[in-house]
Design a protein around this ligand. Structure first.
Ligand SMILES: Cc1cc2nc3c(=O)[nH]c(=O)nc-3n(C[C@H](O)[C@H](O)[C@H](O)COP(=O)(O)OP(=O)(O)OC[C@H]3O[C@@H](n4cnc5c(N)ncnc54)[C@H](O)[C@@H]3O)c2cc1C
Length: 367
């Protein structure tokens, strides 16, 4: 079977790698693989800390993907010969004041009501676990199963693993999709048996996309900072989440501070206000952030959808499958998405794990 994947972010590259591992003939069309949200993301793998009221179906998919991560990265690292920065760090949710603490208690109660693993901690225990935390923190919670990966390393490893399994890269921009065809900006056409649209928030701009699917997708801007300390020194052992910012400290000395959530269309301007707000919030959580070098400030575009859940599966256009709309959790959702889409390609049946995420669920919104 010949598969064309439009978009080489974490989703497209994961699908390409897994499809090639299943013996399929795969071409990825993307002028700049890894150049979208994947290259900007923090890399928290946080199904429990990111849980929101009313999103239980999404939680199940997030948990499923999180459980797949250890095997996914082990096989990927073996297959590519590269590291992904996957670290089983756990996550601390931290309250700076009484208001934060009230919000945190509500969240912990909700997480427990769903049977999720979370441990409420007093400030003393919190600082014993993570001495870098500010002395004034009021309390928090440990989520032992929410970890981290380095999305840039992950993207490079996926490209290399795909290359080793024969995935072709077409470094061009796709203009449109149709049954068994992807037309390129150059006027050329790539043909295959199945077309997977995984171009993140840009998927909606492709010609031939069903109107209801295109209308359901939007870019959600996120600004993020990358800081660096001495090589090999990790600022904090856990991911740290406050109400206004989070920190993801990697073992190579990088610390990521994120992220804003802004509805500004395709604008990717970085603003002084965002640096100010993110740094202030990060310093309130971990004062040693002040000692790090600020090395990067970027904005990325999350592929958002009306219900914050991805669009996964066949569309009304024969042979055109969508895998996008992963919003804040695309890095987390890569293993489960790739497994489900490759099963769909293999069997022709929509796997149970993604039935709730049909791209066709927005048909009435468009009409
Ligand atoms: C600031 C920020 C922080 C984030 N933090 C996290 C996090 O901690 N954990 C997490 O799980 N998720 C996080 N996310 C979300 C995550 O980055 C996205 O959900 C994920 O990257 C989506 O992957 P994707 O492959 O669908 O899209 P993208 O990564 O955006 O990739 C889309 C690809 O399509 C290509 N493309 C676009 N147009 C065309 C075209 N016409 N033809 C061919 N190719 C095209 C682009 O070049 C790009 O490579 C974050 C996002 C942001 C912005």
């Amino acid at each position: 079977m010949k598969v064309i994947v439009v978009g080489g972010g974490v989703i497209g590259l994961s699908i390409a790698w897994r499809a090639a591992a299943r013996g399929m003939d795969v071409t990825v069309v993307d002028p700049v693989p890894g150049g979208g949200a994947t290259g900007v993301a923090a890399g928290m793998l946080a199904p429990v800390t990111e849980v929101h009221y009313g999103e239980e179906a999404l939680l199940a998919l997030n948990l499923d993907s999180s459980a797949r991560y250890p095997d996914f990265v082990a096989e990927l690292e073996e297959c590519s010969g590269l590291r992904t920065g996957y670290r089983e760090s756990g996550t601390l949710s931290v309250a700076r004041d009484a208001d934060d603490l009230a919000a945190l208690d509500e969240l912990v109660a909700y997480q427990r009501s769903l049977g999720l693993e979370v441990e409420r901690l007093r400030s003393r225990d919190l600082r014993r676990l993570e001495p870098a935390l500010a002395p004034g923190v009021r309390g928090g919670a440990l989520v032992p199963g929410d970890h981290q990966v380095d999305p840039r390393r992950l993207g490079v490893a996926l490209l290399e693993a795909g290359r080793r399994l024969g995935v072709s890269q077409c470094r061009q921009r796709a203009r449109g999709v149709a049954p068994g065809r992807v037309s390129l900006d150059s006027g050329e056409v790539v043909v295959g048996d199945a077309v997977i649209v995984a171009a993140g928030c840009w998927s909606s701009g492709l010609g031939g996309m069903p109107a209801d699917v295109a209308a359901a997708l939007r870019p959600v801007k996120g600004q993020i900072l990358r800081l660096r300390g001495p090589a090999g020194e990790t600022l904090a052992q856990h991911n740290i989440r406050g109400l206004d910012a989070y920190l993801v400290a990697r073992s190579d000395g990088e610390t990521v501070v994120g992220a804003t959530v802004e509805e500004r269309g395709y604008d990717t301007t970085v603003t002084a206000g965002a640096v100010h707000d993110l740094l202030r919030a990060a310093l309130e959580l971990v004062p040693d952030v002040a000692e790090l070098a600020l090395v990067e400030h970027r904005a990325g575009l999350r592929p958002g959808s009306p219900d914050n859940a991805p669009l996964l599966g066949p569309t009304e256009v024969e042979g055109v499958v969508v895998a996008t709309g992963h919003y804040r959790n695309g890095i987390l959702l890569a293993p489960a998405t790739a497994a489900a889409i490759v099963e769909l390609l293999d069997t022709g049946a929509v796997p149970a794990s993604i039935r709730a995420f049909s791209p066709r669920r927005f048909e009435r919104v468009a009409s």
